[in-house]
Design a protein around this ligand. Structure first.
Ligand code: NCD
Length: 318
């Protein structure tokens, strides 16, 4: 039997694995439509557990759907319905699932680095898949966004030389964590835009610049001018203290994306992405987020299912 492979950190995913997972996912994309028959058997007889200790719609549902389309059994460990409430530890919960013969656990948790620690402990017996850890990383979000861009521009090679601007609450965004480790590998330059109160520390900025070539600006227009791809982030108010929350209004005034701002600053042919969930009229207007000529948000959702099918296959069957 194959050893399971965990998928916990974007830093461990090189170009070959990006290529493999996205090209497999591309073949699966036609399945992700209403009225197509979604029954494959690549993972038949396998079991995938979802274990989300923070809320989720897209990531949790797409992993569950991906596992089901591939023929796996699925179980959901809802933390509030589980023995965690009775004081059981996360480690014992995982040990219990391993003992039951579960093949992969898709975990989301507020603790940074938890999936990695679990993979070190249990990775020989079960695949641990990081569905978002704290403010650190969200590898499958990075990969599904790469897939969305490949679909948009035609191939992975076509991404070379593109510019991506990510803006908003950079300090608390695990999406930034995955994107800056994955996307520059494709020759896409990342620029991060935020007011100083949502920017990482100078030390961290210097580190990201050295390691990933990322650049920074507080000036929105500068970030929009030459961007091919613009990605506003959700303001992570659940991770903020009261003072930080009081700055959200100022952020919206200065940085909210709307049709007027992008018409004035963006170049023709630019696209907008957003990992979701969107808080309309905070980081982006509803009209712009749903503009089919500009927004790839729906495509990201469909790509999410196909990419997670490829990721599950990579973890337990290849
Ligand atoms: C993101 C997350 O949870 O990290 N959502 C997602 O998985 N699509 C982004 C967010 O919550 O802002």
């Amino acid at each position: 039997m194959m050893m399971p492979r965990s998928l916990v950190s974007s830093a461990d995913i090189g170009l070959n694995d990006i290529r493999l997972m996205t090209s497999n996912a591309r073949k699966l994309l036609p399945l992700i439509q209403p009225s197509t028959k979604k029954t494959l058997n690549h993972l038949s007889g396998r079991t995938v557990a979802t274990f989300f200790c923070e809320p989720s719609t897209r990531t949790r549902c797409s992993f569950e759907l991906a596992a089901k389309i591939l023929g796996a059994h699925t179980i959901d460990v809802s933390p509030e319905q589980s023995s965690l409430i009775k004081g059981e530890t996360i480690a014992d919960t995982i040990e219990t699932l391993v003992t039951m013969g579960v093949d992969a656990i898709v975990i989301r948790h507020s603790q940074d680095g938890l999936p990695q620690a679990l993979a070190e402990k249990y990775g020989k017996r079960i695949a641990i898949i990081n569905a978002g850890d704290g403010i650190t990383d969200h590898p499958t979000q990075g990969l599904l966004d790469v897939l969305t861009l490949i679909q948009q521009y035609g191939s992975l090679e076509a991404l070379q030389g593109k510019k991506m601007t990510i803006l908003g609450n950079i300090t608390y965004s695990r999406v930034v964590g995955s994107h800056l480790r994955l996307i520059p590998q494709l020759g896409v330059a990342i620029q991060l835009v935020a007011p100083d109160f949502f920017m990482p520390s100078i030390v961290e900025r210097e580190e990201w610049h050295k390691q990933y070539g990322v650049t920074f600006t507080e000036v929105l227009e500068e970030g929009l001018n030459d961007a091919d791809i613009v990605m506003p982030l959700r303001i992570q108010s659940e991770r903020m203290d009261e003072f930080e929350q009081s700055l959200i209004g100022r952020y919206s005034q200065g940085y909210q994306l709307n049709h007027l701002r992008v018409a004035m600053s963006c170049k023709p042919g630019f696209v907008v992405m957003h990992p979701g969930p969107v808080n309309y009229h905070v980081e982006i207007t509803e009209e712009l987020a749903n503009d089919p000529h500009i927004s790839l948000i729906r495509q990201q959702v469909a790509c999410g299912v196909a990419l997670r099918m490829a990721a599950l296959h990579w973890c337990i069957e290849s």
